[in-house]
Design a protein around this ligand. Sequence first.
Ligand SMILES: Nc1nc2c(ncn2[C@@H]2O[C@H](COP(=O)(O)OP(=O)(O)OP(=O)(O)O)[C@@H](O)[C@H]2O)c(=O)[nH]1
Ligand SMILES: [Mg+2]
Length: 387
Amino acid sequence: MQQAFDAVKKDLGADAVILHTKTKKRNGILGLWGKEMVEITASKDVNIMQNPEVKIPEEQARPEGNFLADLYKKSDQPKVDLHSNSHDAGALGSRILQYELKEIKDLVSNVLKRSQYSDLSNLSDELLDFHLLLIQQHVSEDLAKEIIHRINNELRNEELNNRDLIREVLKKTVCNMLKRSDPIVVNKPGKRVAFIGPTGVGKTTTIAKLAANFALQQGKKVGLITIDTYRIAAVEQLRIYADIINIPLEVVLTVYEMKKALEKLKHCDLILIDTAGRSQNNKMQMSELKAFLDVIDPDETHLVLSTITNYQNVMDTIEKFNDLHFDKLLFTKLDEAVNFGLILSIITKVSKSMSYLTMGQNVPDDIEIGDSRYVAELLLGERHISC
Ligand SMILES: Nc1nc2c(ncn2[C@@H]2O[C@H](COP(=O)(O)OP(=O)(O)OP(=O)(O)O)[C@@H](O)[C@H]2O)c(=O)[nH]1
Ligand SMILES: [Mg+2]
């Protein structure tokens, strides 16, 4: 054997690799007394350890066709470095195993992602990314699909990979769905605007912001009425604002007093009416509020909704307040919201327009007209609310 190794070394050099050895007997009678022979297969071109580049055959790497293979390629997790100079075959084996495990994990998660939205399977990767963004923003699933399909039909094939273009079309689509903003327009004497909604959503604070803006910035004569007499603090809260802005406030306990208060403030350009936060599950409170609203006969009623709640809660609220008839939706606490899809989902579901958006506790600053572009930009992450 030693002689054979020496012969290999001489012929092929010291780097030669032994691939195979075999011993056998030769030339004896019936195999007896023959000499022992050694057969060695060696090569100097095999170099397993120096540059262990692992190539995955194309078909194996792309088992799900182009889409998954591309996602697979795009995976931003660091790949295992297979080109290190380690000569340790054990470590190399374990790295290859890790690499393969990671690829399998990626593949499974991509297949799952795709099967969850099987009706989106023909869309471009770019469109799928925007679909994911809408879902992350808590746009309802049906609506997100509808929007993405709409864009898919609107754009030509070669445009469906153009992220900037898709973004612009998406923004336009969202803006159209959010409809035009619908703020208060003071267009008749003694215009009556009522604010209703669940407890603690920000009705009183919003009324104070609006009163200050109309009175101090637009020079309108503003009057306030509150029927929130359940809590002394609630009346006090509004009285402080009324005093600061220097506008009249009427506190009303009964339907009869409401009539008198409306009469008293009829010289105002705008009468803003605050109501107590009603638990929509309390039928008594709801019918009491309805009786007040019947007397007020508002020119417009805004349903105030907080954006830090979930879609189902808001839909329940809308259903319960539906009997009271409201005209517009006012969304509060955008500064605390973690996503903005709720606004789009609600507006498209109930087909009402947005009057205002509020984004903080500061009176009178933290309020904006319910501009669809403002919401679309929040949704697409192009705008951030600074606190
Ligand atoms: N972060 C944030 N807080 C707000 C906003 N609007 C109101 N708030 C706060 O929400 C809390 C409740 O506000 P109110 O205006 O009293 O709410 P309400 O709907 O009148 O409450 P009830 O009269 O009890 O039904 C207060 O602490 C406000 O400062 C907003 O846009 N952002
Ligand atoms: Mg209040």
